[in-house]
Design a protein around this ligand. Sequence first.
Ligand SMILES: Nc1ncnc2c1ncn2[C@@H]1O[C@H](COP(=O)(O)OP(=O)(O)OP(=O)(O)O)[C@@H](O)[C@H]1O
Ligand SMILES: [Mg+2]
Length: 349
Amino acid sequence: MSSTHNQEKLKELLTQYYLNTNEKMVFLNKKGQVIALNEAAEEVFSEDNDYSQMTHAICRRCEGYSNEFDLMSCENCFLEALEVGNGSFQVFMRTKDDKIEPFTASYEVIDKTKEIYAFTLHNVSPQIERQDRRYQRLMMQKTISAQENERKRISRELHDGIVQELINVDVELRLLKYQQDKDELIDNSKRIEGLMSRLIDDVRNLSVELRPSSLDDLGLDAAFRSYFKQFEKNYGMHIVYHTDFSSQRFDSEIETVIYRVVQEAMFNALKYAQVDTVYISLYQGEASIIAEVSDQGIGFKLGDKAKGTGLGLFGMNERAELVNGSVNIDSQVGRGTIVTLEVPITDKR
Ligand SMILES: Nc1ncnc2c1ncn2[C@@H]1O[C@H](COP(=O)(O)OP(=O)(O)OP(=O)(O)O)[C@@H](O)[C@H]1O
Ligand SMILES: [Mg+2]
């Protein structure tokens, strides 16, 4: 008696739940036809379509689900591939007002003999937005910290290199005043000359590394040629450079991205590859520019712990994305590394 009463109560509660919840609930038969749906579910499965007549009602509104390979995929559809009964996943559905929204979904058998399935959806847009904001904040922190590191490096370079040399020159010049012996005067002047020319080189190197004026004035090819020459001289690295373009100009943002990505890849090869030659090629595809930096060095596994800060590869991708480009890193331990940047060509200058 009381158990019937309990069942009645439960039925009533479940019905209330079904009618009032924000959870979208759809009951389907084994052909994927809708048997019943609650009001919340009508946001996705619109009323003006008679879904009970259609098979695979879910598929008609589904834009794919998330798996470990893709954000939105239809491959190995959860409806077929997942063992029914423990299917919980993220899915994108087209809503009644034609927006594509993310949901956590579950798909379960609720009646084995009659083969009835329940499909439920929870809207997770707010959580995803929050996650996105958190991700953006993280990226911003990384960018700021990379900028800060770069400033520290420049400041160190100025302080330890250039300022020290200037102090030397200053001391030498002071001593020069008291120099009576003409031969010594000449010797000392020559030494000062030497110090000065080293200083000029240092400042020039630093300024080229920061922002080569040739990149703005003459374009990528010229800027690269002079940079490579300097790189070879400074680091004793041999650079083999091939290109099929010379004086073409591209959008200045694109030129900067290519320059920086190549620069970072060269430094990585210099620091980690254990080689004395780096190969660089720059060519124009049908609608894109392709820059490739490769070495035949020790290689590495993507995802392994970085030997340095590990911000370089991340920065390359970020820069490439700024101009709708992409970076591909192909590295094999013991064989070497190929970094390929591809940037679609937009407006030519
Ligand atoms: N050409 C290469 N050969 C061998 N290992 C490499 C090469 N390029 C990158 N690596 C490895 O990948 C890691 C990540 O490189 P990434 O440029 O992201 O960071 P980093 O060079 O360590 O730091 P940063 O670029 O900020 O100075 C490196 O620490 C190194 O272990
Ligand atoms: Mg690096």
